[in-house]
Write a protein that binds this ligand. Structure first.
Ligand code: C2E
Ligand code: CA
Ligand code: CA
Ligand code: CA
Length: 277
């Protein structure tokens, strides 16, 4: 043990070592996990605030690891991005999304769109746009069936911007995720036109009973509207937040108050249920 000051003893940083070892192990296991199709998707409902009806789902990746159980993206996304493994993983996520859409529609379930998260690493690949469009075609799906959620890092990259243009021109809805967390602001949006803004949950969390409004959230909604953007609020955890967002003119909401992300086999049950205000 090392002396860590003020009479405290700290054993060498075990958490760090465990994390490194885990990341290493997961990196080694990743290609086989892809081959064995161990990645699965959970789907979080998004509702239209005007009608309070389901508008679509966001797909969120998980790794069904044979030893460690269900792993959430915070355990492997960073590693997948630095190693480039996020490229084949992202393709698998797109395939899985298309497969689920087709299955639900076969069952007669009305699922209009599914939003898929795209890493900047994927988006800077010069063939990303073409790959997505070919994939949709091979499943017999339309560009309007899919939405892509991109981040600010991607918006600022010229190569990514090119792919965004290809996808948007084909009719795929593109949303800017985690809006309000970076340096963003609206200035960048003039160079890369997206269709939707997703207001980050850290901003939504400011809407509480005590402050009956969050000026940042309402101004963001007003500015977005001026730019003809649709607005999605993520991380909606309370009824108060939902009501405020509705009054402020937000178009869509997503969050634990409506539903946690659910496995594919629970989607039918969710569609059957009415969403309460
Ligand atoms: P994100 O895109 O911002 O996704 C929202 C995250 O917030 C999800 O975590 C979701 O489960 C969680 N969430 C949803 N509603 C609430 C709420 O009301 N309260 C709180 N506290 N959290 C809520 P998850 O599934 O662990 O995903 C984390 C991040 O991993 C995502 O953040 C996204 O950046 C990334 N990710 C997930 N799936 C994929 C994927 O297929 N590809 C890529 N590249 N990244 C992904
Ligand atoms: Ca997202
Ligand atoms: Ca987000
Ligand atoms: Ca986020």
């Amino acid at each position: 043990a090392k002396k860590a000051g003020r009479g405290q003893y700290r054993f060498f940083d075990q958490s760090l070592n465990v994390t490194d070892a885990e990341a290493f192990h997961l990196e080694q296991a990743f290609p086989e996990a892809l081959a064995k199709r161990q990645f699965v998707l959970h789907f979080q409902p998004q509702v239209c605030l005007e009608t309070m009806r389901l508008s679509g789902f966001e797909s969120l990746v998980r790794w069904q690891h044979p030893e460690f159980g269900l792993l959430y993206p915070d355990r492997f996304i960073d590693m997948a991005e630095t190693t480039g493994l996020v490229i084949p993983m992202g393709l698998e996520v797109l395939r899985l999304t298309c497969e689920h859409l087709l299955l639900w529609r076969d069952e007669g379930l009305e699922v209009e769109t599914v939003a898929v998260n795209v890493s900047p690493v994927q988006l800077t690949q010069p063939d990303f746009g073409a790959t997505v469009l070919e994939l949709l075609k091979s499943y017999g799906l339309q560009p309007r069936d899919l939405e892509l959620e991109i981040t600010e890092t991607a918006v600022l990259d010229a190569r990514a911007a090119e792919q965004i243009h290809i996808l948007k021109n084909a009719g795929i809805v593109v949303s800017l995720d985690d809006f309000g967390t970076g340096y963003s602001g609206f200035a960048h949006l003039e160079s890369v036109p997206v269709d939707k803004l997703k207001i980050d949950r850290s901003l939504i969390a400011r809407i509480s009973n005590s402050h009956d409004d969050s000026p940042i959230v309402s101004s963001t909604i007003i500015l977005a509207k001026r730019m003809n953007l649709k607005v999605v609020a993520e991380g909606v955890e309370t009824r108060e937040q939902l009501v405020h967002l509705k009054v402020a003119g937000c178009d869509f909401a997503q969050g634990y108050h409506i539903s946690r992300p659910i496995p594919a086999d629970q989607v039918a049950g969710f569609i059957g249920k009415a969403v309460e205000a």
